[in-house]
Ligand binder design. Sequence first.
Ligand code: BGC
Length: 805
Amino acid sequence: MGAWLLRYDGVDPDGERLRESLCTLGNGYFATRGAAPEASADAVHHPGTYIAGCYDRLTSTVAGRTTTNEDLVNAPNWLPLTFRAADGEWFGSRPGDLLGHRQVLDLRRGLLIRRLRHRDAAGRDTTVEQQRLVSMDDPHVAALRTVIRPENWSGTLEIRSGLDGRVRNDGVARYRGLADAHLSIRSAGADREVIWLEAETVTSAVRIAEAARTTVTGAAVARRETRDEPGWIAHHLTLPLRQGEAVAVEKVVALHTSRDRATDGTLAAARSRAERAPAFAELCDRHVMAWDHLWRRGRLDVGRSAAQRTINLHMFHLLQTVSPHTVGLDVGVPARGLHGEAYRGHVFWDELFVLPFLGLRFPDVVRALLLYRWHRLPAARAAAREAGYAGAMYPWQSGGDGRDETPRTHFNPRSGRWLPDNSRLQRHVGLAVAFNVWQYYEATGDLEFLSSYGAEMLLEIARFWADLATFDAPSGRYDIRGVMGPDEYHDALPGAAAPGLANNAYTNVMAVWALCRALDVLALLPSERRAELLERLGLGPAEITRLEDVSRRLRVPFHADGVISQFEGYEDLAEFDWAGYRARYGDIRRLDRILEAEGDTPNRYKASKQADVLMLFYLLSADELTALLARLGYRLDRAAIPRTVRYYLARTSHGSTLSAVVHAWVLARSDRAASWRFFLEALDGDVHDVQGGTTGEGVHLGAMAGTLDLAQRCYTGLEPRGDVLRLNPHLPPGLPGLGMELRYRGHWGIRLHADHRGVRVGLRRSAQPPIRMIVDGGPVTTIPAGRTVWFATSAAAGERTAGTG
Ligand code: BGC
């Protein structure tokens, strides 16, 4: 099957939602799940079309409480297309009518291809071939081409091609019972070959218009009728068909919303685009060319075919969620892509696993994604003020306007109970924003962005942390209380009256990191801009002294043996019976649900859902971490690092797909075989749905991008820091080599190839200044445009040597 095709033979009702997620097609502007065109939402199928940034808020009553939830709206389904022999039943309406079915996702060309044979109740056999695309060339266009061939019959064929606005956000079983009807229909109509449907979201009042042009080649259409009912419109085409002769039905769809630029009305834009769009073949050529360009920029060769296909799949879904079409859209990175309704399409800290990777490939897209956060600074400031703090407090979950969208209750399917959800206390999300701003700056050197937008975010985030910290005079240290770390299993000490933990090590160290970057940025800004910003933000010398002071005296808890403690009090928690629970339950990833159903709580145990302390080793090099702790007056003994990794590894259930990514990363240097195992597990995450049914509700985009970044930054030791690009390749035994093309500081297509002997770096000819590199901690090598340099790495050669070519 090669590295570019994902193939499914036969039908599998139980696995259909997973296929729909994995076969989603999108272009960054919108995406459509790989649902069958003849299907509508039921126990097996969930057709879904999601438009980036199109959210709507509804109020529901759950467990006696009124709650408001914001969803990424399921837009009208543009897929509906079915057929029948004039006196027969519609294809898809009778179970068991398929004689054969094959579905292929062609990653390279961005096409979903389907071949099937159908037998109707009268024994008429028909072959169907379908190709579908969501254009990467024109982000407002999608198309479906269906070739129908009667095998053993001649007669009249009827085709139904529709637009369905009766869809709901009912794709996640756990959320049923919550309000899910986000669309009100404004109008529907038809004009010659085009039908259209215009809807509006209930509270955010976003207009969504879809127009579909259905044409037939290979036979003359005898009759074209329009049928409609509330929320639904279709063209019915009738045509004569002769045994063995094929007809091709092309449905070309245009989609616009009132959020679009350069339109003269949403509906008018959709209608004229559908009328004018070229035929499928031309749309397809341009779409394939756009994908070809993306693949050139996204090339990531891992040299092993099984892993390569999943790497390609992950790149594919990442680029379908955020692409060059994202630029200018005012959207963030939904944790589950534009692929399903889990987490309601909200944006979390998962950007931390996406943006550093993309910054070395598509920096313009990263800039746009960072602007999503900048535009939501006012909301983050308001949240901080409301909680009684200075600066900006970014929300754990956000969607449309940047307010906190984290639900206050969540459902445990195991116990059937609704429970309080305190995850909004994961204030560390703001640190991810700060980290991404800085990473983008390191990769691009874009001082304009930093001056105009990035600095403001960094300063406001740092300010919040400095204000949240309280001074404890007896110890001379600052404390941060009332937060949660990335490990969502712990939201309080056992028996505590209020939720929240003290001195989560990850949060505190990254807060110090952010404070340091805020101080750096003040030094870096052109003096006029610095003066403007300080004035505008009202950031005076006393507060800057406070930033500095907190950055030197924040507390970080350690266990008696030097292991960094996840939070204060962690050391006193009970050890968890891992072996016993594994024997009893098998899969214990969602230990929180198991324990709650037993009337217990993970708060009592040394048991984590995912990497928490170890996130520090994921984000920071050992040198950086040691230096940050030294700034705080703590000595991190080098031997304590592997001890800390082992300690938490033994106490983590990996209840989030992000966990395998982080563990593969932190083990890359100390235990390459274990790192490789985690890497493979992370690759399996969605393809094999390792979290047991969650991929059908949308892909895990952070983990997908995380696997790409393991290959891009971790195993190559790639680190843009302080005007120098560092490399320190350390490939796991399973990886023969790694090849990629990067963008860095204005250079396009820096070719990098690493294997177990060394690394080759080739710069294409350009007018850009030379880049400075450090390989394996050696001296700085300056590489001009047009030059290729090979470095033997110490892991292989014992010493580092450089040669040019
Ligand atoms: C993880 C979070 C993550 C969220 C969205 C949760 O299961 O614990 O770290 O941000 O999923 O992907």
